[in-house]
Design a protein around this ligand. Structure first.
Ligand code: 0T9
Length: 385
C-alpha cells in the first residue's frame, strides 16, 4: 500500500503523543495541563447506561429479532455519551485520570416509570496495562452487561489510533427461563484535532453485535476523514441466523438521529437529555472509590491549580509503588474484589465463531455478585412525574 499522507509539521502535542505512543499505552503520557480531565477512566463504563429506558427495553422485546434490534438501538444510543461527552462538558477530549489498581466505582440509576433499577460496579483490574472491568445489571428486568476495556494506541498521520481491547457480553433472561447472550465488540477510534490542541474522537472500521439466537448486527463507522465524510455517520445491517443478507438497515448520525432505512422511521434520537449515574457523596465513599481516591487531584485540575494536582498525584503514585514493593517482599499478590479472571471467555468463543471474530478468543473478568447494596439506604418511594 502506498502512503499518501501529506508530510505536515507536527504540533508540540502531536510530537509528545508520538513519543508516548511507542509503548502502545498512553496512560503514562505527561499531558499539558489544559488537556487533563478530573475524571478517572473507572467512571467511563457508566456511559453504557445513561439511557436506562433503552437498556431495560431490551427485556421487553418479544422476539429474538426484536431483541437484536433493541440491543442495537441501545448500543448506538450510547455512542454519543461514550465518545463526544467530554467535548460537550469540557470543550475537548481530555486525558482521563489513570486509575490505580483496585480502584472502584459504584453507582445506580433509580427505578422510575417501571424500568427497574440498574446498578453499576466497576473495578480497575490492572494498572499496567490499564484494564477496567465492569458489570451493569437491571435485576428487575433481567438484563445485565459485563465487560472489560483496555486500549492499544499508536500514532499515525498526526492522529492517535486507539484499538479497543476487550468486549462486552449482554445477557437477557427470557420468560422461558433460558438466556440470550449478545457479544458486543468495540469500535476503533481515531483522535484528531491534536494539531489545534483540541482533540476529538471519530469512530472507524466495523464493530459487531452477535446474538446467541443467530442474529448479527454489523456496524460500519463512516465518520469524517481527512478529505471527506460527515462526522459520526454509521450504517448498521442486521441479518438473520446463518444468512449474509441484511433484513434491516439503519443509517444516520450516532450523535443525533438515525433511521430505519427499510421503513424511513426514526431509529435513534439522542438529542434529548441523558441521565448521569447516581453516586454516593464523596464523603460517604470508601477509600478505594474513584472520586475519593482522586478527590484532591480532581480539585486541583478543576481549579486550575496544577501544582496541587501533580503533588497529590505523586502521593498516590508513590503509595501505589510502595504497595507493590510490599507485596513483592511478602510474596503476595493483589486480589481482585469483584471479578474473577478467566483466560478465555467461553461466550466470546461460541458467539465469535459465528461471525469469525478477530481474535478468535479473548480473556474476561466474570462478576462475583458481591457488590455492596447501592443505594445503601432504601430510597423513599416518590412518584415520578
Ligand atoms: C472506554 C472511551 C475509552 C474507554 C477511552 C483513548 C482514551 C482512553 C480510553 C475507549 C469507553 O467506553 C470509551 C472513550 C474515550 C477514550 C479515551 C480518549 C483519550 O484521549 C484517551 C487516551 C488514553 C488519552 O488520554 C490520549 C491523550 C490526550 C493527549 C488526548 C486527549
Amino acid at each position: 500500500q502506498v502512503n499518501l499522507s501529506i508530510p505536515i509539521h507536527l504540533s508540540w502535542l502531536q510530537r509528545t503523543v508520538r513519543i508516548a505512543s511507542f509503548s502502545g499505552d498512553l496512560s503514562s503520557l505527561t499531558a499539558p495541563p489544559f488537556i487533563l480531565s478530573p475524571v478517572s477512566l473507572t467512571e467511563f463504563p457508566a456511559y453504557w447506561c445513561e439511557r436506562p429506558e433503552l437498556f431495560s427495553a431490551i427485556a421487553d422485546a418479544k422476539t429474538d429479532e426484536d431483541r437484536s434490534i433493541a440491543v442495537l438501538k441501545w448500543f448506538i444510543s450510547t455512542l454519543k455519551g461514550q465518545y463526544t461527552s467530554r467535548n460537550e462538558k469540557m470543550g475537548s477530549e481530555k486525558k482521563p485520570l489513570n486509575p490505580i489498581l483496585g480502584e472502584l466505582f459504584y453507582g445506580y440509576w433509580p427505578n422510575i416509570n417501571n424500568r427497574g433499577q440498574t446498578n453499576l460496579v466497576v473495578e480497575q483490574v490492572s494498572h499496567h496495562p490499564p484494564i477496567t472491568a465492569y458489570y451493569i445489571e437491571n435485576k428487575d428486568k433481567g438484563v445485565h452487561l459485563r465487560g472489560h476495556s483496555a486500549q492499544k494506541t499508536s500514532f499515525s498521520s498526526g492522529s492517535i489510533i486507539v484499538k479497543q481491547i476487550g468486549h462486552a457480553i449482554l445477557t437477557v433472561d427470557l420468560p422461558s427461563g433460558k438466556q440470550e447472550n449478545f457479544l458486543i465488540t468495540l469500535p476503533k477510534l481515531r483522535i484528531d484535532g491534536l494539531w489545534y490542541g483540541s482533540p476529538y474522537i471519530e469512530l472507524t472500521d466495523t464493530s459487531f453485535i452477535q446474538s446467541s439466537s443467530g442474529w448479527l448486527s454489523s456496524i460500519e463507522y463512516k465518520g469524517k476523514g481527512y478529505f471527506s465524510g460527515e462526522s459520526h455517520r454509521y450504517k448498521a445491517v442486521v441479518s438473520p441466523p446463518r444468512s449474509n443478507n441484511a433484513k434491516h438497515t439503519f443509517e444516520g448520525l450516532w450523535h443525533t438521529t438515525s433511521k430505519h432505512v427499510n421503513t424511513g422511521k426514526v431509529f435513534t434520537n439522542v438529542q434529548g437529555p441523558k441521565e448521569e449515574v447516581t453516586v454516593l457523596d464523596v464523603e460517604e465513599q470508601g477509600e478505594w472509590e474513584s472520586r475519593k481516591v482522586w478527590k484532591f487531584v480532581s480539585k486541583g485540575i478543576r481549579e486550575g491549580d496544577f501544582e496541587v494536582a501533580s503533588r497529590e498525584k505523586s502521593k498516590i503514585e508513590n503509595e501505589q509503588r510502595q504497595r507493590r514493593r510490599d507485596e513483592a517482599a511478602a510474596g503476595t499478590k493483589w486480589e481482585l474484589k469483584h471479578f474473577d479472571y478467566v483466560e478465555s471467555d467461553p461466550l466470546y468463543e461460541d458467539l465469535g465463531i459465528l461471525f469469525k471474530a478477530v481474535p478468535p478468543t479473548e480473556d474476561a473478568y466474570l462478576y462475583k455478585s458481591n457488590a455492596p447494596t447501592i443505594p445503601p439506604t432504601p430510597t423513599p418511594t416518590t412518584t415520578a412525574e
